[in-house]
Design a protein. Structure first.
Length: 238
């Protein structure tokens, strides 16, 4: 066994408020997190959680990762957009073209996300969160495929995507040019090692794949950086 994706985490200025926003948009259950912060849980126990952790660091530039939400029909897309706006989201311009079918929004903390139009074939076999879409290199896509043991489902023109063997949300990387990293990422992955698996062996495996250890952490929590310098955390089983 290897580390499993436990949660996608947001650094948030107001974790409880942001958790309520995303709980309302997604229809996920709101609950306490294992550490500081707030967690929302998907209706399918096999999916990942979303955690909201307190941080007062200001947002600098566009996030390196954002959610793509899917739509089964044009009406469902309109309903998702309307629900997000009613909960405190807003329209933003990130350079999208008028003829593009997706709608670009920001949550109350300024984190970008997209509501994808109906009929998107690439996200047809996912779920409501169709993708965690990332700005990143082909190398980092290969790293995460090996780190999570999720197969590559797209590898073309230096763009990559992976998906759990059980299906669900894809994680995608758009390939070059990759914008320079400015400050700490507001979104990061939280991994968990299954019980009875060897901790040091797993950390060594991730390092051999291209990760590096970052400062901080403790006996049960190790911060790391992937080959593109993105933060992630590995936990012992909780």
């Amino acid at each position: 066994m290897t580390s499993q994706l436990f949660a996608v985490c947001f650094h948030a200025t107001r974790p409880s408020d942001l958790a309520r926003f995303w709980s309302g948009v997604l229809g996920w259950e709101l609950g306490d997190g294992p550490d500081d912060g707030v967690t929302i849980r998907p209706p399918d126990a096999a999916g990942f959680r979303i955690r909201f952790l307190p941080s007062q660091e200001p947002k600098t530039g566009q996030n390196r990762a954002h959610f793509d939400l899917t739509s089964a029909s044009p009406e469902e897309q309109r309903q998702t957009v309307a629900r997000a706006l009613a909960l405190g989201g807003r329209h933003i311009d990130v350079g999208q073209l008028p003829e593009e079918g997706h709608v670009v929004l920001a949550d109350p903390d300024g984190n970008e996300f997209c509501v994808i139009e109906a009929g998107n074939k690439f996200l047809a076999d996912t779920g409501f969160i169709g993708a965690l879409a990332c700005d990143g290199s082909q190398e980092v896509g290969y790293f995460w495929s090996e780190a999570l043991r999720w197969p590559l489902v797209w590898d073309q023109d230096q763009e990559t995507a992976i998906q759990s063997p059980d299906g669900g949300t894809k994680i995608t990387w758009g390939g070059p040019p990759v914008a320079p990293k400015t400050g700490k990422n507001r979104l990061f992955l939280d991994l968990e090692l299954p019980a009875h698996e060897d901790w040091e062996t797993e950390l060594g495996r991730l390092i051999s794949l291209g990760a590096t250890r970052a400062d901080g952490g403790g006996a049960d929590r190790v911060p790391m950086l992937d080959p593109d310098g993105n933060e992630f955390v590995v936990h012992r089983h909780r």
